[in-house]
Design a protein around this ligand. Sequence first.
Ligand SMILES: Cc1ncc(C[n+]2csc(CCOP(=O)(O)OP(=O)(O)O)c2C)c(N)n1
Ligand SMILES: [Mg+2]
Length: 266
Amino acid sequence: MNGNAELRRRAHAIRRTVIEMCRGRGQGYAGQGLGLADLMAVLYFSELGEDDHFVLSTGHSSIAVFAALHERGDYELEELVTYGMDGSRIEESPLEGTPGFEITGGSLGQGLSQAVGLALGERLRGGGSRVYCLVSDGELQEGQVWEACMAAAHHRLDNLVLLVDNNRMQADGAVAEILEVEPVPERLTAFGFAARRIDANTLADVVDAFAWARGQRGRPTALVCDNIPGKGVPSFEERQRVHYVRAPDQDWAAALVELDETEVAW
Ligand SMILES: Cc1ncc(C[n+]2csc(CCOP(=O)(O)OP(=O)(O)O)c2C)c(N)n1
Ligand SMILES: [Mg+2]
């Protein structure tokens, strides 16, 4: 099996887990989980080293991370299907103490500041660890994110990789209609990043982009990850720009079938 076939298998498995997790309570951040599955597959099965950090600023996208952690063997599916239930540690927005998560991310806009601190600390330690931080396009509307960008560039943090979940939606609708954040790569470049837009639903693009980021020196890097919410489940892609999905059990069952059919058709 070549590298990309392995990653594709991982991405598909992550998508299945995302659907199973939402099916448990009949609701969840399915669009984000499906849209980010390819990025997570590459991050967790090709890019992240043992001493690297992944900081999830967009707490509500934890579903994608939990699914990747399950793929890695860190969580059992039996527990993941309690996603969002009272008493479960599988929170829709996880806490700092939740295994696999570095920060509490439910209050948006704060994760990049923490990632900058981690990247500075790791550079001082001198071990070569890298720090990856996922923020969403909606989060870019928060001033703190840009303060963190300035600090990252000022300190020339080339061990920091900012990943922007650029899915063009936020809780109340389309980012472009609520408060436009584009052109994101150009804005990040102006703030001192080496920035590049990628198709984050194409595995080869994601793999190339991470290699490019590793080659940058003297500046933090940013990958503006265009992705389609619901990717891989056509009926969910049609619900595009739906921030949170509530659906009856048969819809989740149908989504699993669609997912497998789409994978076969690729
Ligand atoms: C500081 C803060 N303000 C508001 C919210 C409420 N909120 C939850 S999700 C969300 C949408 C943010 O946009 P994005 O992350 O791009 O949404 P998605 O693409 O996942 O739909 C908002 C405003 C929050 N969690 N934190
Ligand atoms: Mg968004």
